[in-house]
Design a protein around this ligand. Structure first.
Ligand SMILES: [Zn+2]
Length: 260
Protein backbone atom coordinates (compact mmCIF):
# COMPACT_ATOMS: atom_id res chain seq x y z
CA UNK A 1 0.00 0.00 0.00
CA UNK A 2 1.31 3.43 -0.84
CA UNK A 3 2.02 5.88 1.92
CA UNK A 4 -0.63 8.50 2.63
CA UNK A 5 -0.11 11.90 1.05
CA UNK A 6 0.77 14.91 3.16
CA UNK A 7 -2.87 16.00 3.06
CA UNK A 8 -3.90 12.46 4.00
CA UNK A 9 -1.58 12.45 7.01
CA UNK A 10 -3.03 15.78 8.16
CA UNK A 11 -6.55 14.43 7.75
CA UNK A 12 -5.65 11.33 9.77
CA UNK A 13 -4.12 13.40 12.55
CA UNK A 14 -7.17 15.65 12.75
CA UNK A 15 -9.58 12.71 12.56
CA UNK A 16 -7.84 11.13 15.56
CA UNK A 17 -8.69 14.27 17.54
CA UNK A 18 -12.25 14.55 16.28
CA UNK A 19 -14.42 13.10 19.03
CA UNK A 20 -18.08 12.62 18.07
CA UNK A 21 -19.08 10.07 20.71
CA UNK A 22 -17.56 7.88 23.38
CA UNK A 23 -18.18 4.52 24.98
CA UNK A 24 -20.33 4.79 28.10
CA UNK A 25 -19.18 3.58 31.48
CA UNK A 26 -19.89 -0.06 32.13
CA UNK A 27 -19.40 -2.29 35.12
CA UNK A 28 -18.94 -5.98 35.63
CA UNK A 29 -16.53 -8.21 33.83
CA UNK A 30 -14.24 -7.39 30.97
CA UNK A 31 -15.26 -8.45 27.51
CA UNK A 32 -13.21 -10.03 24.74
CA UNK A 33 -14.44 -9.74 21.16
CA UNK A 34 -12.73 -11.59 18.32
CA UNK A 35 -12.62 -9.88 14.93
CA UNK A 36 -11.25 -10.79 11.52
CA UNK A 37 -10.60 -8.42 8.63
CA UNK A 38 -10.78 -8.95 4.84
CA UNK A 39 -10.92 -12.12 5.25
CA UNK A 40 -8.59 -14.92 4.15
CA UNK A 41 -10.73 -18.04 3.99
CA UNK A 42 -8.89 -19.72 6.86
CA UNK A 43 -10.43 -17.17 9.22
CA UNK A 44 -13.67 -18.99 8.57
CA UNK A 45 -12.68 -22.57 7.80
CA UNK A 46 -10.22 -22.77 10.70
CA UNK A 47 -11.11 -19.77 12.88
CA UNK A 48 -14.82 -20.47 12.66
CA UNK A 49 -14.27 -24.08 13.73
CA UNK A 50 -12.27 -22.99 16.80
CA UNK A 51 -14.93 -20.45 17.73
CA UNK A 52 -17.60 -23.16 17.47
CA UNK A 53 -15.59 -25.34 19.85
CA UNK A 54 -15.81 -22.51 22.39
CA UNK A 55 -19.44 -21.71 21.54
CA UNK A 56 -18.25 -18.18 20.74
CA UNK A 57 -19.01 -15.71 17.96
CA UNK A 58 -16.80 -13.27 16.10
CA UNK A 59 -17.19 -10.22 13.92
CA UNK A 60 -16.05 -10.67 10.31
CA UNK A 61 -15.34 -7.35 8.58
CA UNK A 62 -15.81 -7.93 4.86
CA UNK A 63 -15.00 -6.03 1.68
CA UNK A 64 -17.26 -7.23 -1.11
CA UNK A 65 -14.52 -6.87 -3.70
CA UNK A 66 -12.39 -9.49 -1.91
CA UNK A 67 -15.07 -12.19 -2.17
CA UNK A 68 -13.64 -15.23 -3.98
CA UNK A 69 -10.33 -13.49 -4.67
CA UNK A 70 -6.91 -15.12 -4.34
CA UNK A 71 -4.35 -12.54 -3.21
CA UNK A 72 -0.69 -13.38 -2.68
CA UNK A 73 -1.65 -17.03 -2.82
CA UNK A 74 -4.29 -16.68 -0.14
CA UNK A 75 -7.85 -17.60 -0.95
CA UNK A 76 -10.41 -15.22 0.50
CA UNK A 77 -13.92 -15.88 1.70
CA UNK A 78 -16.68 -17.18 -0.53
CA UNK A 79 -20.31 -16.13 -0.68
CA UNK A 80 -21.41 -19.38 0.92
CA UNK A 81 -19.04 -18.69 3.82
CA UNK A 82 -20.90 -15.45 4.58
CA UNK A 83 -24.22 -17.28 4.64
CA UNK A 84 -22.72 -19.85 7.02
CA UNK A 85 -21.30 -17.14 9.28
CA UNK A 86 -24.70 -15.51 9.58
CA UNK A 87 -26.42 -18.88 10.12
CA UNK A 88 -24.04 -19.60 13.01
CA UNK A 89 -24.66 -16.24 14.67
CA UNK A 90 -21.53 -14.33 13.76
CA UNK A 91 -21.65 -10.63 13.05
CA UNK A 92 -20.84 -9.31 9.58
CA UNK A 93 -19.19 -5.90 9.63
CA UNK A 94 -18.30 -3.56 6.79
CA UNK A 95 -14.78 -2.85 5.52
CA UNK A 96 -15.79 -0.75 2.44
CA UNK A 97 -16.57 -2.52 -0.84
CA UNK A 98 -13.09 -1.98 -2.23
CA UNK A 99 -10.32 -2.42 0.30
CA UNK A 100 -9.04 1.15 0.05
CA UNK A 101 -7.63 3.61 2.54
CA UNK A 102 -10.17 6.32 3.30
CA UNK A 103 -7.26 8.78 3.16
CA UNK A 104 -7.20 8.27 -0.61
CA UNK A 105 -10.95 8.73 -1.15
CA UNK A 106 -13.30 11.69 -1.40
CA UNK A 107 -16.26 11.89 0.96
CA UNK A 108 -18.57 11.04 -1.95
CA UNK A 109 -16.53 7.97 -2.84
CA UNK A 110 -16.45 6.78 0.78
CA UNK A 111 -20.23 7.11 0.91
CA UNK A 112 -20.57 5.09 -2.32
CA UNK A 113 -18.19 2.44 -0.99
CA UNK A 114 -20.27 2.07 2.18
CA UNK A 115 -23.53 1.82 0.23
CA UNK A 116 -22.08 -0.64 -2.30
CA UNK A 117 -20.82 -2.90 0.48
CA UNK A 118 -24.18 -2.67 2.28
CA UNK A 119 -25.91 -3.76 -0.92
CA UNK A 120 -23.44 -6.60 -1.49
CA UNK A 121 -23.80 -7.96 2.04
CA UNK A 122 -27.58 -7.63 2.02
CA UNK A 123 -27.75 -9.46 -1.30
CA UNK A 124 -25.45 -12.28 -0.10
CA UNK A 125 -27.16 -12.76 3.25
CA UNK A 126 -30.72 -12.00 2.18
CA UNK A 127 -31.12 -9.83 5.26
CA UNK A 128 -32.66 -6.38 5.03
CA UNK A 129 -30.56 -4.60 7.62
CA UNK A 130 -27.02 -3.72 6.63
CA UNK A 131 -23.94 -4.14 8.81
CA UNK A 132 -23.86 -2.17 12.05
CA UNK A 133 -20.12 -2.22 12.66
CA UNK A 134 -17.26 -0.91 10.56
CA UNK A 135 -13.49 -1.35 10.37
CA UNK A 136 -11.35 1.17 8.47
CA UNK A 137 -9.22 -0.55 5.79
CA UNK A 138 -5.55 -0.34 6.86
CA UNK A 139 -6.80 1.44 9.97
CA UNK A 140 -6.48 4.75 8.15
CA UNK A 141 -9.14 7.28 9.06
CA UNK A 142 -9.93 10.50 7.25
CA UNK A 143 -12.09 13.21 8.77
CA UNK A 144 -14.79 12.51 6.17
CA UNK A 145 -14.69 8.77 6.90
CA UNK A 146 -15.02 9.33 10.62
CA UNK A 147 -18.00 11.63 10.19
CA UNK A 148 -19.74 9.34 7.71
CA UNK A 149 -19.12 6.21 9.77
CA UNK A 150 -20.33 7.97 12.91
CA UNK A 151 -23.67 8.58 11.20
CA UNK A 152 -23.92 5.16 9.52
CA UNK A 153 -22.53 2.64 12.03
CA UNK A 154 -22.89 1.95 15.73
CA UNK A 155 -19.13 1.70 16.07
CA UNK A 156 -15.99 1.76 13.97
CA UNK A 157 -12.75 -0.05 14.68
CA UNK A 158 -9.22 1.19 14.11
CA UNK A 159 -5.97 -0.84 14.19
CA UNK A 160 -4.57 1.18 17.04
CA UNK A 161 -3.56 -1.06 19.93
CA UNK A 162 -5.20 -0.54 23.30
CA UNK A 163 -8.06 -1.39 25.60
CA UNK A 164 -11.55 0.08 25.24
CA UNK A 165 -13.30 1.49 28.27
CA UNK A 166 -15.48 4.42 29.33
CA UNK A 167 -14.57 7.44 27.25
CA UNK A 168 -12.93 5.52 24.39
CA UNK A 169 -13.81 6.98 20.99
CA UNK A 170 -16.60 4.76 19.60
CA UNK A 171 -15.60 5.72 16.06
CA UNK A 172 -11.99 4.66 16.64
CA UNK A 173 -12.10 1.53 18.79
CA UNK A 174 -8.78 -0.02 19.72
CA UNK A 175 -7.48 -3.53 19.21
CA UNK A 176 -5.30 -6.30 20.54
CA UNK A 177 -3.41 -7.52 17.44
CA UNK A 178 -3.01 -11.29 17.32
CA UNK A 179 -1.61 -11.69 13.79
CA UNK A 180 1.97 -13.02 13.67
CA UNK A 181 3.36 -9.64 12.58
CA UNK A 182 2.29 -7.87 15.74
CA UNK A 183 1.33 -10.44 18.32
CA UNK A 184 2.92 -10.80 21.70
CA UNK A 185 1.47 -14.11 22.91
CA UNK A 186 3.42 -13.86 26.16
CA UNK A 187 1.62 -10.62 26.92
CA UNK A 188 -1.91 -11.80 26.10
CA UNK A 189 -2.75 -13.14 29.54
CA UNK A 190 -1.63 -10.01 31.38
CA UNK A 191 -3.57 -7.83 28.94
CA UNK A 192 -6.69 -9.92 29.47
CA UNK A 193 -6.20 -9.80 33.23
CA UNK A 194 -5.84 -6.02 33.13
CA UNK A 195 -9.00 -5.78 31.05
CA UNK A 196 -10.88 -8.00 33.45
CA UNK A 197 -9.79 -5.94 36.46
CA UNK A 198 -10.88 -2.73 34.77
CA UNK A 199 -14.08 -3.97 33.07
CA UNK A 200 -12.46 -3.10 29.78
CA UNK A 201 -13.30 -4.36 26.31
CA UNK A 202 -10.58 -6.16 24.36
CA UNK A 203 -11.05 -6.42 20.61
CA UNK A 204 -8.69 -9.03 19.21
CA UNK A 205 -7.87 -8.61 15.51
CA UNK A 206 -6.52 -11.21 13.11
CA UNK A 207 -6.79 -11.86 9.40
CA UNK A 208 -6.09 -15.51 8.58
CA UNK A 209 -5.94 -18.45 10.98
CA UNK A 210 -3.32 -20.92 9.80
CA UNK A 211 0.13 -22.37 10.42
CA UNK A 212 1.81 -20.75 7.43
CA UNK A 213 3.59 -18.13 9.50
CA UNK A 214 2.10 -15.43 7.28
CA UNK A 215 2.48 -12.04 8.99
CA UNK A 216 -1.26 -11.47 8.68
CA UNK A 217 -2.35 -14.77 10.17
CA UNK A 218 -2.43 -16.15 13.66
CA UNK A 219 -1.69 -19.81 14.34
CA UNK A 220 -4.73 -21.93 15.27
CA UNK A 221 -3.14 -22.91 18.58
CA UNK A 222 -2.93 -19.29 19.69
CA UNK A 223 -6.49 -18.64 18.62
CA UNK A 224 -7.74 -21.59 20.64
CA UNK A 225 -5.31 -21.28 23.51
CA UNK A 226 -6.82 -22.61 26.74
CA UNK A 227 -5.69 -19.38 28.44
CA UNK A 228 -8.65 -17.80 26.71
CA UNK A 229 -11.84 -18.57 28.64
CA UNK A 230 -14.11 -20.72 26.60
CA UNK A 231 -17.51 -22.30 26.49
CA UNK A 232 -20.05 -21.10 28.99
CA UNK A 233 -18.33 -17.82 29.82
CA UNK A 234 -19.59 -15.55 27.11
CA UNK A 235 -21.38 -12.26 27.35
CA UNK A 236 -23.07 -9.66 25.22
CA UNK A 237 -21.22 -7.42 22.81
CA UNK A 238 -21.01 -3.94 24.35
CA UNK A 239 -22.60 -2.45 21.24
CA UNK A 240 -25.57 -4.72 21.51
CA UNK A 241 -26.14 -4.04 25.18
CA UNK A 242 -27.17 -0.51 24.33
CA UNK A 243 -29.58 -1.31 21.55
CA UNK A 244 -32.42 -3.61 20.62
CA UNK A 245 -31.65 -3.19 16.96
CA UNK A 246 -30.42 -6.30 15.28
CA UNK A 247 -27.12 -6.58 13.51
CA UNK A 248 -26.89 -8.07 10.06
CA UNK A 249 -26.50 -11.45 11.68
CA UNK A 250 -29.51 -13.06 13.36
CA UNK A 251 -28.06 -13.14 16.86
CA UNK A 252 -26.18 -10.70 19.06
CA UNK A 253 -22.44 -10.90 18.78
CA UNK A 254 -20.91 -12.62 21.74
CA UNK A 255 -17.31 -12.46 22.76
CA UNK A 256 -15.74 -14.37 25.58
CA UNK A 257 -16.21 -12.64 28.85
CA UNK A 258 -13.09 -12.55 30.92
CA UNK A 259 -12.63 -14.14 34.28
CA UNK A 260 -11.53 -11.82 37.03
ZN1 LIG B 1 -8.42 -4.96 5.80
Amino acid sequence: MRKPSFVGRISFALAARLRLRSLPARSGRGVLSVTFDDIPRSAWTSGGRILAQHDARATYYLSGDLCGRVLEGREHYRREDVKAMVAEGHEIGSHLFHHLSTLSLSAARIRREIVQNDQFLQEVTGLALGPQSFAYPYGEISIAAKWLCNHRFKSSRSVMAGLNSAGTDSDQLRILPIDNAFADPAGFVSILQTAAQNSAWVIALAHGVDDTGHPYSCPPRAAGDPAIPGKGSRSGHPNRERSDERALGPAPVRGWSLMG
